[in-house]
Design a protein around this ligand. Structure first.
Ligand code: NAI
Length: 215
């Protein structure tokens, strides 16, 4: 297939397709039309066709989409056909919650180690992991082929720690600290801000209230 630039908006929608197709697959459903997907996902059928056409379509006129095939292909596009090894930096509330949530592993995201600068946490067990001191990171990253670091540390510390991790060869940072990281172009950063999602919710509540008032 010819390589072409896919918009971030389309990429942003792929995990949702992947999730729904995974559910259909688990239910033993073998094929689905864009209209059926549209009904389940509350996205227009034409949007679905447009999105999937970016990758060569996958569908056949009169047949729809083969669920298993589409699931596998979107997984490949998302890089989920291979495992990713992660470490978590910051074993506080959020870091511990992430380690304790086992479902990321189903998608091939394997938490390999947890690190924290607080000596009182060293040796603490979280699920099947032991919190380690920061001094161990360099050797650990190299020995365990770690490609993603998860930052759940205060924003004042994030820049410094990110720089250190990049020096050890980390390729991606899942950043929960509320700061925009300055990293080399080849290092991918995905910021996660739950409060952004809450603010969007607040906006939609207030908009629907105004519409209800006839404003
Ligand atoms: P916490 O205080 O419970 O945990 C932070 C941990 O980071 C502590 O264990 C601390 O010892 C460790 N730490 C501090 N400096 C470090 C360093 N230089 N190297 C290694 N470890 C270090 O905080 P919590 O509630 O877990 O939040 C963590 C971060 O995530 C905060 O920056 C918070 O603002 C952010 N956060 C972001 C959310 C989001 O949606 N993006 C949601 C909740 C929290």
């Amino acid at each position: 297939m010819e390589e072409k630039e896919i918009s971030q908006a389309v990429i942003g929608r792929l995990p949702r397709y992947f999730r729904y197709l995974g559910e259909l697959k688990d239910q033993g459903i073998e094929r689905v039309s864009s209209q059926e997907l549209s009904d389940i996902m509350k996205v227009t059928a034409s949007q679905i066709r447009q999105d999937l056409n970016n990758f060569g379509g996958f569908g056949q006129q009169g047949y729809g989409y083969n669920v298993e095939y589409l699931f596998q292909e979107i997984g490949k596009i998302l890089g989920l056909d291979q495992n990713h090894n992660l470490i978590i930096i910051g074993a506080g509330n959020l870091g511990q919650a992430l380690v304790n949530y086992g479902n990321f592993e189903r998608r091939g995201f394997l938490f390999k180690g947890v690190f924290d600068s607080n000596p009182r946490l060293h040796g603490k067990r979280i699920r099947d992991k032991t919190v380690q001191p920061m001094e161990n990171i360099k050797g650990f990253v190299q020995a365990n082929d770690i490609d993603i670091a998860v930052l759940t540390i205060p924003k004042t510390e994030a820049e410094k720690v990110a720089e250190e991790l990049v020096g050890y060869g980390i390729k991606g940072i899942w950043n929960f600290a509320h700061v925009d990281l300055n990293v080399p172009e080849e290092v991918q950063v995905e910021n996660v801000h739950l409060s952004d999602s809450l603010m969007k919710l607040a906006y939609n509540i207030s908009r629907s209230r105004k519409e209800g008032d006839g404003a």
